[in-house]
Design a protein around this ligand. Structure first.
Ligand code: NDP
Ligand code: GDR
Length: 370
C-alpha cells in the first residue's frame, strides 16, 4: 500500500485528492491547521475514529510555517508521495498579508523539500508542488505553456515563483523526484466561497430564491481558463507516476471572462441577464426569468461593480496549453465549463434552499457575500 502525505488536505483540492487516492488504495495522511472552529468540513465524510486500528485516512496538526512539525511528521509518516497543496491561496488577500504569504507559500515549500533531504528520503519520497498559472501574470504570450516566461503580479504569485524554482532546484541539486504542476484555475461545488466562480454561483442561487438583492464584483473583463478540480487532482497523481520528474501545464485551453461566467451561471437557472454601462458604472440587469420557480422581474438590477474588488495589479488573461500533459501522459479533462457551472449551480441552489427552509422555520442563517 502506498502512503501519501497531503498538506492543505482541508482545502478544495486536498478533499478531492484524498478521495481519489483512497479509491486507489493509498493510506492518506493529511496536514490540518488548528483553528478555533472546525475546519474539516470538506473531508468529514472521510473521517475515521482515531480509536479504530489500521486507519487509511489520518489527520495531523501542523503548519507550513513550522519546520520542526513538518520534519517530525514526514519522519513518522515516511510517505511515498507528498502533495504540497497548503497555501494562503487567495490572490487579493496576499496583497494584505504579503509577508505571511511568502512564508507559508514560498518558504513552506522549501521546508517540505528540505525535510525530505534532511531525513535522507530523496530517493524514496516524490514531491508534487502546487504551482499556478498566476506565475504567468502579465501576458507574455498565449496560450501559456511550460516554456512561457513568468511575470508574477501579486505577493501570492511571487511566493509561488520561489516555490516553483526551489522545487526545480532540489530536483537538479539532489536528484529528487520533485515536480511542479502549473495548474490553471479549477473550481467545483466545494470551491472556497470568496473565489469569483463560487461567489457568483452562490449569489445567483440566493438572488434567484429571493434571499439576496445583488452581487458586487470587481473586474468583469478578467479572463480565466476554468476547469473542474476533479480532473486536475487526477493529473497531480499522474505527474508523480510519470517516468521522469518534470513540470506540467494543466488547463482546458478555453478562456472565459468573469462577465460571461456570470451570464452562464444565471442562464443555468433560467435567468437571462444583460449588461449596461461601462467600467465602474457597469451593471447587470435581469432581461427575463423563464423559470417559474423564481420571482425575478425584468429590469431588476442584480449586479454592481465595486472597485474594492479591483486588485493593485491584475492578471487579465489566462489560457493554457496542456499539449504536453495530453501527449506524454494521456491527460484529457472529462468536464467542460458548462458541466462545471451546472454542477456548481445545482449544488448551490440545493444549499440555499436548505437555508431558506431553516429561515422559514424562524432560525437565522449566517451569510457573507464576499
Ligand atoms: P484552498 O484555499 O481551498 O486550500 C488551501 C489549503 O491550505 C487549506 O487546507 C488550508 O487550510 C491550507 N493552509 C493554508 N495556509 C496554511 C498553513 N500556513 N499551514 C498549513 N496549511 C495551510 O486551495 P485549493 O485547494 O484551491 O488549492 C490547492 C493548492 O493549489 C494551493 O496551493 C493553491 O495555491 C494552488 N492552486 C490552486 C488553483 C485553483 O484554481 N484552485 C490553481 C493553481 C494552484 P485551512 O482549511 O485551515 O484554511
Ligand atoms: P484567481 O481567482 O485570482 O485567478 O486565483 P479568483 O477567483 O479570486 O479571481 C479570478 C478573477 O476574477 C476577478 N474578480 C473577482 N475575484 C474575486 N475573488 N472576487 C470578486 O468579487 C471578483 N470580481 C472580479 C479577479 O480580479 C480575477 O481576475 C485562483 C486561486 O485559486 C489561486 O490560488 C490560483 O493559483 C489561481 O486561481 C490559478
Amino acid at each position: 500500500m502506498k502512503v501519501a502525505f497531503i498538506t492543505g488536505v482541508t482545502g478544495q483540492d486536498g478533499a478531492y485528492l484524498s478521495e481519489f487516492l483512497l479509491k486507489k488504495g493509498y493510506i492518506v495522511h493529511g496536514l490540518k491547521r488548528r483553528a478555533s472552529l472546525f475546519n474539516t468540513d470538506r473531508v468529514d465524510h472521510l473521517y475515521q475514529d482515531p480509536h479504530v486500528e489500521n486507519r487509511n485516512f489520518v489527520l495531523h496538526y501542523g503548519d507550513m510555517t513550522d519546520s520542526t512539525n513538518l520534519i517530525r511528521l514526514i519522519q513518522q509518516i515516511k510517505p511515498d508521495e507528498i502533495y504540497n497543496l497548503a497555501a494562503m491561496s487567495h490572490v487579493q488577500v496576499s496583497f494584505e498579508t504579503p509577508e505571511y504569504t511568502g512564508n507559508a507559500d514560498g518558504l513552506g515549500t522549501l521546508r517540505i523539500l528540505d525535510a525530505v533531504r534532511l531525513l535522507g528520503f530523496e530517493k524514496r519520497t516524490k514531491v508534487y508542488q502546487a504551482s499556478t498559472s498566476e506565475l504567468y501574470g502579465k501576458v507574455q504570450e498565449t496560450p501559456q505553456t511550460e516554456t512561457t516566461p513568468f511575470y508574477p503580479r501579486s505577493p501570492y504569485a511571487v511566493a509561488k515563483m520561489y516555490a516553483y524554482w526551489i522545487t526545480v532546484n532540489y530536483r537538479e541539486a539532489y536528484g529528487m523526484f520533485a515536480c511542479n504542476g502549473i495548474l490553471f484555475n479549477h473550481e467545483s461545488p466545494i470551491r472556497g466561497e470568496t473565489f469569483v466562480t463560487r461567489k457568483i454561483t452562490r449569489a445567483a442561487a440566493r438572488i434567484a430564491l429571493g434571499l439576496q438583492e445583488k452581487i458586487f464584483l470587481g473586474n468583469l473583463n478578467a479572463r480565466r481558463d476554468w476547469g473542474h478540480a476533479r480532473d486536475y487532482v487526477r493529473m497531480m497523481w499522474m505527474i508523480l507516476q510519470a517516468e521522469e520528474p518534470e513540470d506540467w501545464v494543466i488547463a482546458t485551453g478555453r478562456t472565459t471572462s468573469v462577465r460571461d461566467f456570470v451570464k452562464l451561471a444565471f442562464n443555468e437557472v433560467g435567468i437571462e441577464l444583460e449588461f449596461i454601462g461601462e467600467g465602474v458604472k457597469e451593471k447587470g440587469i435581469v432581461k427575463s426569468c423563464l423559470n417559474p420557480q423564481f420571482q425575478l422581474e425584468a429590469g431588476k438590477e442584480i449586479l454592481v461593480v465595486d472597485p474594492r474588488y479591483f486588485r493593485p495589479t491584475e492578471v487579465e488573461l489566462l489560457i493554457g496549453d496542456a499539449t504536453k500533459a495530453n501527449t506524454k501522459l494521456g491527460w484529457v479533462p472529462e468536464y467542460n465549463l458548462q458541466d462545471l457551472i451546472k454542477e456548481m449551480m445545482e449544488s448551490d441552489v440545493r444549499l440555499m434552499q436548505k437555508n431558506q427552509h431553516i429561515q422559514n422555520g424562524g432560525y437565522e442563517v449566517y451569510n457573507y457575500y464576499e
